[in-house]
Ligand binder design. Structure first.
Ligand SMILES: [Zn+2]
Length: 344
């Protein structure tokens, strides 16, 4: 176990304790609120842990009940910021409010509409939804990580031949381990090569009948009710694993899709899987993107933030409310561990 994982394990243990929760409350009371700190939370899915879809459970950020608790806390203790307000701050026309926080969702999974939006709407809390625009109304297209997870958990074989050699699929633990190893391997490959391997491993496995992603009618309805929709590329390819000309097509295509279907596309982007490099950032700048979000963990000090590399705080299924609150403290910006890519 590396130092990073050890720290994470200790933090996760401490975050369960009552003493930790009291410490966080004390630090929150001492926090006067600074007007240049913007923490941004990243969610993917909100679902029950026994979700029978066979989708990769690692992207379930919270149960519906935990999500409601988290949002009620934020609505009472923080000032949730809309994407429109952040664009005003970016343009120098507005100041960041104290205790600001942004709530973002990546990938536009259908459970956003079912479990997350009703809570946010009832609280009047603004939210930004990043849409990989090749997926709405194309239920035959499925995210590769869900396909791979389903293939490994549904396989009747007890061993699978892979580019990493034969991986055992004896029990649930071995299947999850095989998934993680393959996922990390695939993320390091050129995108086309990775997708060919996924096709090979998943064969003709049938996806669940319900599409993964919200359709355009549903997205239009959400936009009309106040959800800020923004671009998350088209195919969700990692942009540093494809030629930069293709990365430009992914960005420009997703902005054009949003304009065509929703009527507007803010100059805002979330990198698929957080993946970016200097060439991708230069391309975004040249294409007129003003704000881009990574998956690098941490809080943004806006006076010196790189607007095309904003950090976010990923909420995972094991994130307790005290752990989330601790990461929103101004103090936490000094504790950011090294960048690590989250999934999705
Ligand atoms: Zn994503």
């Amino acid at each position: 176990m590396g130092a990073d994982r050890l720290t994470a394990a200790l933090m996760s243990f401490a975050a369960q304790s009552r003493a930790f929760a009291r410490l966080v409350e004390l630090l929150e009371r001492l926090d006067g609120g600074r007007d240049d700190l913007l923490p941004v939370l990243t969610y993917h899915r909100v679902a029950h842990p026994d979700d029978p879809s066979g989708r990769y459970p690692g992207l379930v950020s919270a149960t519906p009940a935990a999500f409601a608790t988290q949002m009620r806390h934020l609505a009472g203790a923080r000032r949730a910021l809309s994407l429109g307000e952040l664009l005003e701050v970016r343009a120098g026309r507005a100041r960041l409010p104290r205790r600001a926080v942004m709530v973002t969702f990546d990938d536009a999974y259908r459970d956003f509409g079912k479990h997350a939006w009703p809570v946010l709407e009832s609280l009047g809390a603004p939210v930004t939804l990043f849409v990989p625009t090749a997926y709405p109304d194309h239920p035959e297209r499925r995210f590769w990580w869900d396909r791979l997870y389903r293939a490994l958990t549904a396989a009747s074989a007890t061993v699978i031949e892979t580019p990493l050699g034969a991986l055992p699929l004896g029990g649930e633990g071995e299947r999850r381990h095989a998934f993680r190893r393959l996922r990390d391997h695939l993320k390091a490959l050129p995108h086309a090569q990775a997708m060919a391997i996924v096709d090979d491993l998943t064969g003709d496995l049938q996806p669940p009948p319900e599409p993964d992603v919200l359709g355009w009618d549903e997205l239009r309805d959400l936009a009309a009710r106040g959800v800020a929709l923004a671009a998350h590329a088209r195919s969700h390819a990692l942009l540093d694993r494809i030629p930069v000309a293709e990365a430009r097509d992914e960005l420009a295509g997703s902005l054009a899709d949003l304009r065509r279907e929703i009527g507007a596309a803010p100059p805002v982007f979330a990198y698929p899987g957080g993946a970016h490099d200097p060439a991708v950032i230069d391309m975004l700048r040249a294409e007129g993107v003003l704000i881009a979000f990574t998956t690098e963990r941490g809080t943004n000090e806006l006076r010196r933030a790189e607007w095309l590399r904003l950090r976010r705080i990923n909420v995972g299924g094991r994130s307790t409310l005290p752990a989330i609150r601790a990461q929103l403290l101004p103090l936490a910006r000094h504790l950011a561990p090294p960048a690590r890519r989250a999934g999705g």
